[in-house]
Design a protein around this ligand. Structure first.
Ligand SMILES: [Zn+2]
Length: 340
C-alpha cells in the first residue's frame, strides 16, 4: 500500500457503473418495457447490429462429415456465419433423421476445452461419457458450434498445440481494435446455429447449455434469443465482482462497457419469468467462488418469485469444482424440459 495505489479508484468506478446500470428488481412493475430496452442495449454492446449491418451473409450450409458412433449419428456442417467466416456445427442425434423435427434441441456452448467442440460429447478422462452424449441418449438433438477462437476456429498462423486462452489472446486484441469483441462474435455464432438448425433440420424448440466461457455466451444468448425456452448456465453464474474481476481470467471474459449493462446476474435475470432457468456451480469452484454464487442465486430466485414464476428458476450448488455436473443437468432436464 502506498499513496499511489489505484484500487480505490477502480472500486469507485465499479460501484458507480453498476449503480448507473440500474437494478432489475426495481423494474418488476414495468418488466416488459425494461427488459426490451435492456436487451437492445446488450445487442449494441456486443456489436450485434454492426455485425448484421456490415458482415452478415445469407444463411448457407454444407454437410462436411458424418459417422455413427455407438448408435449416435454425428454430423459436422460448415455454416456460413458471416462474410469470410465459416462456422463448424456438430449435430448429434439418435434415431431417424426424418423425425428430428419432433425433438427438442440443446445448443451446447463449450468453454476453453482443449478438445474444442468435440469436448462437449467425447468421453472424459475418467472414462464417463461427455454431457453431450448423455443428452443425445436422453433423446435431444445436440448442436455444438465451434465458437470463435476455440477448437478448430483459431487463426491460420496458430500453432497446432495452441491453448484455448492463448488463442483468445491472439484474437481478442485484433477484434477490440476493430471495435468488435469475442463475446459478441460467439453470441452471433450461437444464434446463427439456431438459424441453421431451423432451416436445415426443421428444429424449432431450443434449450441452451453453457459451461465456463460458454456460460458467458449462454448468459447473453439465452436471454436475447426468444427461440430459447430453457437456459442452463454452468461453471459461470456469479457476479463479475467476485469472479472475473477478482482474479485473472481469460481475456475473452472482458467486453468494453459490459458492466454498463449490469452485473452478471442482472443479465441472467432477464430470462425471467417465462424461460426455464438452471444456474449451477461447484461449491469448490475456485474461479467462480461460492460467495458470489450464493448472492447471484438468491437474487435470481427473488426476481422469478416477484414475477410470479418461482418454479421456473432452479439453483444448484453441487459438491465439485470448476466442472460439468452431468447428473444434475440430466435430472433437471428430465423434470423441467423433456426431450419430446
Ligand atoms: Zn478465452
Amino acid at each position: 500500500m502506498n499513496d499511489f495505489e489505484v484500487s480505490s479508484f477502480m472500486e469507485t468506478v465499479y460501484e458507480d457503473v453498476v449503480k448507473r446500470a440500474g437494478e432489475p428488481l426495481g423494474h418488476t412493475g414495468n418488466w416488459e418495457a425494461y427488459r426490451k430496452e435492456k436487451k437492445e442495449r446488450i445487442r449494441e454492446v456486443l456489436k450485434l447490429p454492426l455485425l448484421k449491418r456490415r458482415y452478415d451473409t445469407p444463411l448457407a450450409w454444407e454437410k462436411v462429415k458424418e459417422k455413427t458412433e455407438e448408435g449416435i449419428s454425428v454430423e459436422k456442417y460448415r455454416v456460413e456465419a458471416l462474410q469470410k467466416l465459416s462456422l463448424a456445427v456438430h449435430v448429434l442425434y439418435e434415431g431417424k433423421k426424418e423425425e428430428l423435427f419432433r425433438r427438442r434441441a440443446v445448443l451446447f456452448l463449450n468453454g476453453h476445452d482443449p478438445r474444442g467442440a468435440e469436448g462437449a460429447y467425447r468421453a472424459l478422462s475418467g472414462g464417463s461419457p461427455g454431457l453431450g452424449t448423455e443428452l443425445t441418449r436422453m433423446g435431444y438433438v445436440v448442436l455444438v458450434p465451434e465458437l470463435f477462437a476455440l477448437g478448430e476456429a483459431k487463426r491460420r498462423e496458430a500453432a497446432s498445440d495452441l491453448g484455448a486462452c492463448e488463442s483468445c489472446g491472439e484474437t481478442e486484441p485484433w477484434l477490440l481494435n476493430c471495435g468488435l469483441n469475442l463475446v459478441g462474435l460467439r453470441v452471433w455464432e450461437a444464434m446463427k446455429t439456431l438459424d441453421f438448425a431451423q432451416e436445415a433440420l426443421g428444429l424449432d424448440r431450443f434449450g441452451v447449455y453453457g459451461i465456463s466461457g460458454g456460460g458467458h455466451i449462454c448468459n447473453y444468448a439465452g436471454v436475447l434469443d426468444d427461440r430459447i425456452e430453457a437456459m442452463m448456465v454452468s461453471g459461470y453464474p456469479n457476479l463479475y465482482r467476485y469472479s472475473t474481476m477478482a482474479m485473472v481470467h481469460c481475456i475473452c471474459n472482458y467486453v468494453p462497457g459490459q458492466i454498463e449493462l449490469g452485473e452478471s446476474h442482472h443479465i441472467t435475470s432477464l430470462a425471467a419469468p417465462e424461460k426455464k432457468l438452471l444456474v449451477m456451480n461447484g461449491k469448490q469452484d475456485p474461479i467462480f467462488p461460492v460467495e458470489g454464487s450464493r448472492i447471484a442465486f438468491a437474487y435470481l430466485e427473488e426476481v422469478y418469485r416477484r414475477l410470479g414464476e418461482p418454479g421456473n428458476c432452479t439453483t444448484v450448488l453441487f459438491d465439485g469444482g470448476h466442472e460439468i455436473s452431468t447428473a444434475d443437468v440430466c435430472r433437471w432436464l428430465r423434470e423441467n424440459w423433456s426431450p419430446l
